[in-house]
Design a protein around this ligand. Structure first.
Ligand code: SIN
Length: 270
């Protein structure tokens, strides 16, 4: 197994693993987990995975979860289809976010397998929230220490990226989390707010919170904290949802893109 970084600060491709066959080997699963913790998002290419194989891979890493806003595939309720049809202009996940931070226990990790892609475009970007935290001034770190923020599933930035907006706006999920989160496995601190779901700081109004949040949302995605992945059918990504943001680039109107997604159970951020 070979782990090759794809950018200076986040992301690595893992070569030499067949996810449909090699997972019986605890050494392989352990090495994938190590690379995932070190690089925050790992990618595999040319995988031939049925839905059952994809689910088995997910179960080798964690415990798959249902997603509240999009029904799962027939027979695989935890596999969420993420589809953009040629007649649609909205792309699910088409802005910077951490998945479902409106849960009290947001997912540990998310995985995607590419099933159908546009001829060009439809890449996904990822950002490293450890580096985003570490690059803040001591003054800003002191200001954020001890602050909590509220995530909402109906924040306009999130619901704008969903076709099923009516459902999303009827079922509103809300949770609050520390703005600076300590990773339970690596012990590193990350800047745990995101444009799509973070609405305001606990105990402050939106108007009071937004000037600082807007600064943090822009700071988190400085190019030097990011990588960009070009998918091909059979590509798989696995990212650490505790210390990353991602954004699906919506640059392929008129074409179809279909990804299958699984999120893995997480814990209460501290
Ligand atoms: C997502 O935000 O989970 C989807 C990302 C993508 O489709 O690239």
């Amino acid at each position: 197994m070979d782990v090759r970084p794809i950018a200076g600060s986040i992301g690595a491709e893992i070569l030499g693993v067949d996810l449909a066959r090699d997972l019986g080997d605890q050494g392989v699963v352990g090495a994938i987990r190590r690379a995932f913790l070190d690089h925050l998002v790992v990618f595999f290419r040319d995988q031939t995975l049925t839905s059952a194989d994809f689910l088995r891979f997910a179960q080798s890493i964690g415990q798959p979860l249902d997603y509240p806003f999009v029904p799962g595939l027939d027979g695989f309720s935890v596999i969420t289809p993420v589809v953009k049809r040629p007649d649609q202009t909205i792309a699910f996940g088409g802005n910077w976010h951490t998945d479902t931070t409106y849960f009290a226990e947001p997912p540990t990790a998310t995985m995607l397998v590419a099933r159908e892609l546009p001829p060009t475009g439809g890449d996904t970007q990822f950002a490293n929230l450890y580096l985003a935290y570490e690059a803040l001034s001591d003054g800003m770190k002191a200001l954020l220490a001890g602050l909590r923020s509220v995530s909402r599933s109906d924040k306009a930035e999130a619901s704008r990226t969903r076709e099923d907006r009516a459902t999303a706006e009827r079922t509103v999920l809300v949770a609050d989390h520390p703005v600076v989160r300590t990773h339970p496995e690596t012990g590193r601190k990350s800047l745990f707010v995101n444009l799509a779901h973070t609405a305001h700081f606990v105990g402050m109004t939106e108007a009071e919170s937004m000037p600082i949040l807007r600064y943090l949302f822009a700071h988190q995605v400085r190019p030097e904290f990011t990588c960009r992945f070009r998918w091909a059918p059979g590509s798989v990504a696995l990212w650490d949802n505790r210390c990353t943001l991602h954004s699906a680039i919506n640059d392929y109107n008129g074409h179809r893109r279909e990804m299958h997604r699984i999120t893995l159970a997480g814990d209460v951020p501290v």
